[in-house]
Design a binder for this molecule. Structure first.
Ligand code: AHG
Ligand code: MN
Ligand code: MN
Length: 332
């Protein structure tokens, strides 16, 4: 029987105890969230919480439960200076006066419950997180390009609860066992170079920039080679990304008339998944630009996101850059 390795042990060996404890706190919160989701029908956690968050979205009870739990478990660690959450207006800065100087090293940025619209219909939801180093001011520490992330990961709550992480040296996956531990089940994960799936909310296609529509039609006509494509769209970013990581292909959420800056958020959706994608030899762009090089200006900044296998993402990036040059030429 192979020796089982917990996520805390794995991170301690590759990135040190301080970061391992952060992953341990996230794993502990994820275990509680998974339990709450699995038994949601038997307790009163379905439905709306009755408040609107900073995004102007109806908070689901599970959004609030997950947010409060992650804030509390991470707040208990002296090395965590603050958290930034999709559900809060600004950072929650922990009082570290009691600790010795220099204890507080990290800021954890997270989407506590991703795919909220799927909670009540028993479809996969997730948690996404990003870890950055504290450099003086909390806001200044988080408003940096995604290349500055020290670690990133997500939990996918589904038939199995899977925690996928990177600390900058490859991607590993851990599965929640019956004793509540996340045990190593895959490492050095690599995204297929080209995949059979594309994933997009095609109800928005009429308001995508034309280059995206032409790109997708080209893909479906076989212009990129490879096998014929199938469509898969779950509506929970974490689930759509996890399938893309394992099977390959491309997820696209371009900007639309309804969301002119894009719908997904840079700091706690696009950046962490982009770090994982690149660590697995995939890619992530906002159209023309690599996601991890985007300089964040605001905590809840939205971005278009195209993420997945290198071949599809690079082809999209070229198509968007070519369209921009053409538009610029015509504008002269
Ligand atoms: P969240 O539940 O954290 O607000 O995220 C929802 C996001 C993401 O999970 C998903 O990819 C996207 O919303 C789906 O958007 P559409 O319903 O517009 O397709
Ligand atoms: Mn989300
Ligand atoms: Mn969310």
């Amino acid at each position: 029987m192979a020796k089982t390795v917990t996520v805390e042990e794995y991170v301690a060996a590759s990135a040190g105890v301080q970061l391992a404890e952060v992953f341990g706190a996230i794993a502990g919160a994820a275990r509680e969230i998974e339990w709450k989701i699995r038994l949601a029908g038997l307790s009163d956690v379905y439905g709306a919480f009755g408040a609107v968050n900073v995004q102007g979205e109806q908070q689901q009870k599970l959004d609030v439960f997950a947010n409060d739990l992650l804030t509390q478990t991470l707040g208990a660690l002296p090395q965590v200076a603050a958290i930034v959450s999709e559900e809060d207006e600004g950072p929650v800065v922990f009082d570290r006066k009691g600790g010795t100087d220099g204890d507080a090293k990290f800021v954890v940025i997270f989407d506590p419950l991703d795919g909220s619209s799927n909670i009540d219909v028993n479809v996969n939801v997730g948690t996404i997180f990003s870890v950055v180093r504290l450099h003086g001011d909390v806001v200044a520490s988080v408003l940096k390009p995604g290349t500055e992330q020290v670690a990133a990961g997500y939990v996918l709550y589904g038939p199995a609860a899977v925690l996928v992480i990177t600390t900058g040296s490859g991607v590993a996956a851990f599965t929640l066992d019956e004793d509540g531990k996340f045990l190593l089940t895959a490492e050095a994960m690599k995204m297929p170079e080209q995949g059979p799936y594309y994933s997009a909310n095609e109800a928005n296609a009429a308001s995508w920039p034309a280059a995206y529509r032409e790109y997708l039609l080209g893909l479906l006509r076989g212009e990129l080679g490879g096998n014929a494509y199938s469509a898969r769209y779950i509506g929970s970013l974490v689930a759509d990304f996890h399938r893309t990581l394992l099977k390959g292909g491309v997820f696209l959420y371009p900007h639309t008339d309804k969301a002119p800056q894009g719908k997904l958020r840079l700091l706690y959706e696009a950046n962490p998944l982009a770090m994982i994608a690149e660590q697995a030899d995939g890619a992530a762009v906002n159209g023309a630009t690599r996601i991890l090089e985007v300089q964040a200006e605001r905590i809840h900044q939205r971005t278009p996101l195209v993420i997945g296998s290198r071949r599809e993402v690079e082809a999209l990036q070229k198509a968007v850059q070519k369209a921009a040059l053409k538009d610029a030429g015509e504008a002269k």
